[in-house]
Structures are given as structure tokens and as C-alpha cells.
Design a protein. Structure first.
Length: 621
């Protein structure tokens, strides 16, 4: 085994690699940008080297700076993780030319699988089924339109050098083809410097199934079963599981054998993933599953494979890179139980999945399951890199048990003030269709309205009222209970939850979790984080005068846009104004159809938490 290892990556995958390397007695070297100097992966490594400013092109994508760091520290090997330079054949070759061990796929294999059209042609030659379509050299508009007609609509136009969902367009009608082709080419040229495209049949009920493969320098090549990555948003994976639900033994054998053939066809070495697309309209069948692409690196979702097989895939990578044979043969690799991985992102699903940046003032991740995270409480989520906070991995003897554990784990997450998709993950995992494995890549698009509530439900409002009563108010004039001049209380109180005021009931119940963080009280409820507070008398008066449409600033900030004027008619969900706070933009929207009433702020105004910024009146002309 090598004596030292430089990790040319950051965050959770750097920590993951460091953990295995240290268990093997390997000296670990982290490289980091200026923005990442305080992150855990930097302090956990045996040695750390600063390689440049925050922008990735000046640090993590700088081959020269990484190679110089390896030379200065005497690194025996470089592990690229995933993303950044992990699938860059030129970098892999430069590492080898420097006399350093490359913990990754051979440069020739990276090149062979880097272009989708060439990879598909190679797979056809190797007897691996590929999606029907066109991947020829003639890139004229006329030829591509003719091939789309021959393939049959709807079709996908895909960038030859694409990835990550970029350079991809669905076309449903011949008359739309020219416009969508031009759009796809522009994005492909901008993202990859290559505007060539291919045409594929569009699969109406697609499942995304991939197979983990491993090969060594001695001609051994095995698979470690499959993963189902169908739950996606804009071609980005959200929840993965292993094994794939509904996959019978015959179909599993068929795609796993095809994956091994694919790896052997490019003389593969190391960890790789063969991705397939399946037409699941009539169930998963061997003749309805086609090769899509190969990822010549370790995948983000590799923990689910580790969990069901009991294998450490980073150890396998280091073993192979060190010139050793695979740790196990095919007949020694077994599968036990079921596993899920949910990707916890710093983003706001209710606001179009906008990234959320800022300091993690409060962070609590599940304590009773595997969590791979790149950050800890007090760290900063910046705009420079992928907004992943952590990966939540659960395991059980069967799918339902593992899924129930995932629901519980995601519901227990507490993050503030950065917004996250924890609540969405919990709702997806608890959804009846998802639990029944009725899922394809369009699941989130179809279920968006039910999975993305923009306002708290009645139970959450009552929990907010109860939490505020439990925390206690020392001011008798604003307390939830106590002295009354006349009459008995109806049990209701006016509380602020998120951006709006509501009537809530104090209903004592165990397990309500409200935490005072700085100047804000936050209710953590099923993965969601709601800022809560009692309404002041002035707010209640304004609220009542506005037909329950008082909009309050969720935190201190700066008004950066005002989209309405007093007297304007608005519909539910219309944008009213935007407040910037802690480097995050908070868009405040109309809670119902109505007319804009009071608008006491303008662009540039500084507002305090709970300040009335606009009101909407019901039933006015």
C-alpha cells in the first residue's frame, strides 16, 4: 500500500477518503482553497496545503497547483474523489507522468467513455444494448431532424460531451426540433466547448439503474450489484437505493453481466459505474434496459453499495491502485438487506430550489445512522461549490424498514439559518407512491405540489403556539395565558410562523422542539425549520386590518426589490418583495388573492425581524 495520499477534492468525499486511508496507516494530505481553510477535511488530514482562491478554476481545477502540492509534500498517490478533475484524462496522465500513483481509471478508459457517442458505439461492439437513436458524425440540421423522425417522437437531444443534466432537451413534436436543437447546441458549447449532439428515444416511464463495477490490473472484473437512482430533479439525483425495487434475478443478472462486459471493453481498472436507462412501463425486463453512459470514478451514491455488501469501496480503490488484485472474486460478493441514501442540500425547495448560503449557526444531523458530511456547526456554506451538506444513509433487512429509518432520520435534522431540503426528503420517503416503489425520473415533477407546501399546516401552527407557551413569556401583556379582564380564553393566540401570522392553539404534546438561536426562536418540525414568535399588538392590528394578509420580515435585512404598489391586485403566490439577509434572498409572496394594502417599505430600507413590510387585503377591488 502507498505511504501517503493527496486528496484532490474537498468536503464530504475528502473526509470519506481520509477515514479509510488513516485506517490503513496512510499519511493523508488535503488541498484546499482559501474559502475552505476552516472545514473539517482540512483539519482531519495529516497535512494540508492551500492551493488558491475560492473559485474552483483557481484552486481545485488547477492541475498545476495540485501537482505542485503533491511534489512539495512528497505524495505517493493522488485520489481525485468525484467531480472536479476526477474524469479528466489529461490530469490522470499528468499524475502518472510525474511518477505519482493515480487512484482512478486509466486515462485511455476515461477518454473512451468521455464522449457519449463514441462510448455508445464501443458498447454496441461489445454487445451491450444501447438506447435506440442516432450518434453519427453528420451533424447537419437536416440529418439530425431526419434521424429524430426515424427514431420517433418524443426524442432527447443530448450533448455528446454532456453531463450533469446540461446540454439535454426533450422534443415532443417535429415542428419544435429546430428550436430545441439550437438551444441544446448553445448550452453544450457554453458548458463543454463542444456543440455536437446525439439523438435518443425518449423513454416515457424511465428508471435510472446503475451497476457498480471494479477491475484490477490482472484481468479480474466484478460487479457489486445495482443501485436505483430514479428519484431525480433536473437530472440530478436526490435519493438513491440498493438494490433496485422490482428487479428480478434474471434481469439483475442481465444488466450486471452487461456492465462487466462494458468495463472489459475499455480495459478498465478501478471503480466505475455503468448507467442504464430502463423503460419501466411494463415492469423491468432485460429487453427494455439500455446502456446510457459510464462514470469512470467513484460515485456520490457509493455508500448504498457499501452498506448492502459490507465492502469499503475506497479501500478497494487503494488496493487496486497499489497494484494488488481485487479483494474478492464475484462469487464472494454478497448482498444483504436494503439501503437508501438521501442527499441533504443547502437549498430552498419552496422557492424553486434556490441555493441557500450562509453560516450554519445550528446544525444537528441524525446520530443513529451513517452520515457522510463535509461540514459541522459553525462552518459556512458558500456560493462557490456544490451545496451538499451531507448524505444520510440508512439500512434495514428490507425496503420498508430502511425507508422508515430514512423518514425518521430526515425528520430529525435541524439546520438554521441556512435553508435545506430535509423536510422534502422526509415527505418523499413517507409518500405512499414512493413507498410502493411507483417511481421514475419524473416523480418529483408530478408530485411537486403535495411535496412542497409553502406554508405551515394547522398542526405546525399549533406546535408553534405550544412551543412559545412552553418557552414562556415574562411579559403578562403578551403571554399566551394568564390574566383576562373579561370572559374565558378561546384557546387561540396570534403567532408568527415563517412569514405570516396565524391563529394557533396551545395543545400540549411531547416532542415539540423549539430552540432559541441568537435573536430568533426556531421550531424544528419534521425536517422543516420555522422561525416563530408572538405577534405584537401593532402587528395584530395590521394583520386584522389586512384580512389576515400581514407579511412580516422573517429576519433583519435589506429590502432589495419591491414588485408591487399599494392598490395592486395580486394572486396567491405572486412575488411582493424580496429581503436580503445573511447573504440569502427571502422572497415574500401573496398568501391569497387580494389587493395590496399597506406598503411601508421601499428598496434600500433596513427592516427588523417581525416588521410589517406589506399587507394584502381579501375581497377588495
Amino acid at each position: 500500500m502507498m505511504e501517503s495520499l493527496l486528496i484532490a477534492n474537498r468536503g464530504e468525499i475528502a473526509r470519506r477518503i481520509i477515514r479509510t486511508a488513516k485506517s490503513l496507516g496512510i499519511r493523508t494530505i488535503a488541498v484546499h482553497s482559501e474559502a475552505d481553510a476552516g472545514l473539517p477535511f482540512v483539519t482531519e488530514a495529516d497535512e494540508a496545503v492551500a492551493i488558491g482562491p475560492a473559485p474552483a478554476r483557481e484552486s481545485y481545477l488547477s492541475q498545476a497547483r495540485i501537482l505542485e502540492a503533491a511534489r512539495r509534500t512528497g505524495a505517493a498517490a493522488i485520489h481525485p474523489g468525484y467531480g472536479f478533475l476526477s474524469e479528466n484524462a489529461e490530469f490522470a496522465k499528468a499524475v502518472e507522468n510525474a511518477g505519482i500513483i493515480w487512484v482512478g481509471a486509466p486515462p485511455a478508459a476515461i477518454r473512451a467513455m468521455g464522449l457519449k457517442d463514441a462510448a455508445k458505439q464501443l458498447m454496441q461492439t461489445a454487445g451491450v444494448p444501447v438506447t435506440p437513436g442516432y450518434m453519427g458524425a453528420d451533424q447537419s440540421d437536416e440529418r439530425l431532424a431526419a434521424e429524430a423522425d426515424a427514431t420517433g417522437y418524443p426524442v432527447l437531444v443530448k450533448a455528446v460531451a454532456g453531463g450533469g443534466g446540461k446540454g439535454m432537451r426533450r422534443v415532443d413534436r417535429p415542428e419544435d426540433f429546430a428550436e430545441m436543437l439550437a438551444s441544446c447546441r448553445r448550452e453544450a458549447a457554453s458548458s463543454f466547448g463542444d456543440d455536437r449532439v446525439l439523438i435518443e428515444r425518449y423513454i416515457a416511464n424511465p428508471r435510472h439503474i446503475e451497476v457498480q463495477v471494479f477491475a484490477d490490473r490482472f484481468g479480474n472484473c466484478v460487479h457489486l450489484f445495482e443501485r436505483d437512482c430514479s428519484l431525480q430533479r433536473r437530472h440530478q439525483k436526490v435519493i438513491e437505493e440498493a438494490p433496485a425495487p422490482g428487479l428480478d434475478a434474471e434481469t439483475r443478472a442481465s444488466i450486471c453481466e452487461a456492465a462487466v462486459r462494458a468495463a472489459k471493453a475499455v480495459n478498465y481498472i478501478g471503480a466505475g459505474t455503468i448507467e442504464f436507462i430502463a423503460d419501466a412501463s411494463e415492469g423491468l425486463r432485460p429487453d427494455r434496459i439500455w446502456f446510457m453512459e459510464m462514470n469512470t470514478r467513484l460515485q456520490v451514491e457509493h455508500p448504498v453499495t457499501e452498506t448492502i455488501t459490507g465492502e469499503d469501496l475506497v479501500f478497494w480503490q487503494l488496493q487496486v491502485a497499489a497494484g494488488q488484485p481485487l479483494p474478492k472474486g464475484q462469487d464472494e460478493i454478497t448482498m444483504q438487506g436494503w439501503a437508501f441514501e438521501a442527499r441533504l442540500y443547502a437549498e430552498n425547495p419552496a422557492a424553486g430550489y434556490l441555493p441557500s448560503i450562509g453560516r450554519l449557526d445550528h446544525l444537528r444531523l441524525p446520530a443513529d445512522t451513517r452520515v457522510d458530511s463535509g461540514v459541522e456547526e459553525g462552518n459556512e456554506i458558500t456560493a462557490f461549490y456544490d451545496p451538499m451538506i451531507a448524505k444520510i444513509i440508512t439500512h434495514g433487512p428490507n425496503r420498508q424498514t430502511a425507508l422508515s429509518k430514512l423518514v425518521k432520520a430526515c425528520e430529525s435534522i435541524e439546520i438554521w439559518p441556512v435553508k435545506s431540503n430535509a423536510g422534502l426528503l422526509a415527505r418523499v420517503a413517507a409518500d405512499a407512491d414512493f413507498r410502493a416503489a411507483r417511481v421514475d425520473t419524473g416523480f418529483l415533477d408530478r408530485h411537486g405540489e403535495t411535496l412542497l407546501p409553502k406554508e405551515p399546516d394547522a398542526a405546525t401552527i399549533d406546535r408553534a403556539a405550544t412551543a412559545l407557551a412552553t418557552i414562556g413569556e415574562t411579559d403578562p401583556w403578551s403571554a399566551l395565558a394568564g390574566l383576562r379582564i373579561a370572559g374565558a380564553s378561546d384557546g387561540r393566540t396570534r403567532v408568527r410562523v415563517g412569514d405570516h401570522l396565524y391563529w394557533g392553539h396551545v395543545r400540549p404534546a411531547p416532542g415539540i422542539n423549539a430552540v432559541r438561536i441568537g435573536e430568533t426562536t426556531v421550531l424544528f418540525d419534521a425536517g422543516n425549520a420555522w422561525p416563530i414568535g408572538l405577534a405584537a399588538a401593532s402587528e395584530i392590528e395590521a394583520h386584522q386590518g389586512a384580512g389576515d394578509g400581514a407579511i412580516l420580515s422573517p429576519m433583519p435585512g435589506l429590502v432589495i426589490s419591491v414588485d408591487v404598489a399599494e392598490g395592486d391586485r395580486v394572486a396567491r403566490g405572486d412575488r411582493l418583495l424580496t429581503v436580503e439577509a445573511m447573504k440569502m434572498e427571502h422572497t415574500l409572496r401573496a398568501p391569497f388573492d387580494g389587493v395590496v394594502g399597506k406598503l411601508p417599505v421601499s428598496v434600500g430600507a433596513r427592516v427588523s425581524e417581525n416588521q410589517l413590510v406589506v399587507s394584502v387585503m381579501k375581497g377588495e377591488d
